[in-house]
Design a protein around this ligand. Structure first.
Ligand code: FAD
Ligand code: UDP
Length: 380
């Protein structure tokens, strides 16, 4: 008998490699026609530009173990995510920094002045904000909130920001200097040959049969243990109901030269139906000049239907309750472990996914070296 790993994204590839290194035989399956899950990159057949098929992916982390791990399997080029935002017909820079504040309010504030000014705008009466809107009002005040977050968030999540948790906004920094790096992590970069090449190299190992275009539901073989990185509710046939997700539609735009002069421009006004436009050759600035043509994608967010690809877990109160049902159930099922973004129903960046898969490998080793068999385990 062999192991089965469901899903060939970062989570599944790391587990499959680890099992192979321990001398086990593995079947790795993915229902898509390619490796790398949502991080999949491929050269555009028409232009040769490297495309991030499921939306822009920028690698950023402060986790040295995850950073060292990915660097073993591919070269990373320096890349800093600098996002522009259109609001009320003007272009600004995100995350909110001193340039955004000065441009928006028509000022020439120093860092200290900007800080004091934003404090006068911020709602001091809101302690411990528990929803997105209160978080924004207590952090930056109503003007910046309405200009940059209100409309975009309604489009992205399809609901009023008061219904969303404060944690979504806490992902973004607020800076009183001119640093417009979207992330605050120690390491940031873009794989020179794309993410799929990294996954391919992780999977250059013996004893692993890779079957793409295959649904787990259609595999009849019996396994020692299954590592499942697909949607948790799907594994159980949605028996308690469906966990809510947002999905994305991408509309392709083709052009000559440079379409928008930046990799990502967000559109914050609610009346513009898309959330952002990404121009993919700018994700690879070291080769961008080679291409006379350009390819961009407008991104539209909507509720995920049964046939759609699940992207963003919604995780409101209703979903949290349902999730608890599934987690309780998952803990009692033997022979399968759940991990990854879909298996644990959490919004995970790549580095967290990688760090958690590596921790799962440590746990597998502990269990095997103690002579035990793998229980159903559920990470977080
Ligand atoms: P996935 O990549 O989703 O892989 C799971 C795989 O399982 C899929 O390929 C799926 O086809 C397969 N599968 C599911 N069910 C079955 C089944 N029943 N049978 C067979 N196969 C199945 N992270 C960053 O760090 N930086 C970013 O800039 C960034 N940008 C993002 C932008 C968007 C639009 C999205 C949605 C995510 C972004 N992420 C980003 C997060 C990143 O995509 C995830 O961290 C990563 O893909 C998680 O890897 P995974 O292996 O857990 O899951
Ligand atoms: N957001 C916004 N306007 C922007 C960028 C982000 O309102 O121009 C909000 C939106 O709700 C988003 C959240 O801030 O989901 C977190 O932003 P991030 O860039 O981390 O979003 P993601 O990576 O999920 O696309």
């Amino acid at each position: 008998m062999r192991f089965c790993v469901v899903g060939a994204g970062f989570s599944g590839a790391i587990i499959a490699r680890h099992l192979s290194e321990k001398g086990y035989r593995v079947l790795l399956i993915d229902e898509r026609s390619h490796l790398a899950g949502n991080c999949h990159t491929e050269r555009d057949a028409k232009t040769g530009i490297m495309l991030h098929r499921y939306g822009p992916h920028i690698f950023h982390t402060s986790n040295l173990r995850a950073w060292k791990y990915v660097n073993r399997f591919g070269d990373f080029e320096p890349y800093v995510n600098r996002v522009k935002a259109v609001s009320g017909g003007r272009v600004y820079t995100l995350p909110i920094n001193l340039l955004t504040i000065n441009q928006f309010f028509g000022k020439t504030f120093s860092p200290r002045e900007a800080y004091d000014f934003i404090r006068t705008k911020a709602d001091q009466k809101i302690f411990d904000p528990d929803n997105f809107e209160d978080q924004a009002l207590s952090m930056i005040g109503p003007e910046l909130y309405h200009a940059f977050f209100y409309g975009y968030t309604r489009k992205q999540w399809g609901m009023d920001p008061r219904e969303l948790p404060a944690s979504i906004l806490k992902r973004l920094p607020l800076r009183f200097n001119y640093d417009d790096n979207y992330f605050s992590h120690t390491y940031q970069g873009m794989p020179k040959d794309g993410y799929t090449s990294i996954i391919e190299r992780i999977l250059e190992i013996p004893n692993v049969e890779i079957r793409i275009g295959t649904r787990f539901e259609d595999v009849e073989e019996k396994f020692i243990h299954v590592f499942y990185t697909g949607p948790l509710d799907r594994y159980f046939g949605f028996k308690f109901g469906r966990l809510g997700y947002r999905t994305l539609d991408f509309e392709r735009i083709e052009g000559e030269g440079d379409y928008q002069g930046a990799a990502v421009i967000n559109y914050c006004d609610e009346q513009i139906p898309y959330t952002r436009i990404s121009e993919h050759k700018h994700f690879a600035p070291w080769e961008a000049d080679q291409f006379s043509k350009t390819v961009c994608f407008r991104e539209y967010s909507r509720l995920c239907g049964e046939e759609d690809i699940p992207y963003y877990p919604i995780r409101l109160a209703k979903e949290t309750e349902l999730l608890e049902c599934y987690v309780a159930h998952a803990r009692n099922v033997r022979g399968v472990s759940f991990l990854g973004r879909l298996g644990t129903y959490r919004y995970l960046d790549m580095d967290v996914t990688i760090a958690e898969a590596l921790s799962a490998c440590d746990r597998i080793d502990e269990i095997f070296s103690a002579g035990g068999t793998l229980p159903a385990f559920f990470i977080k």
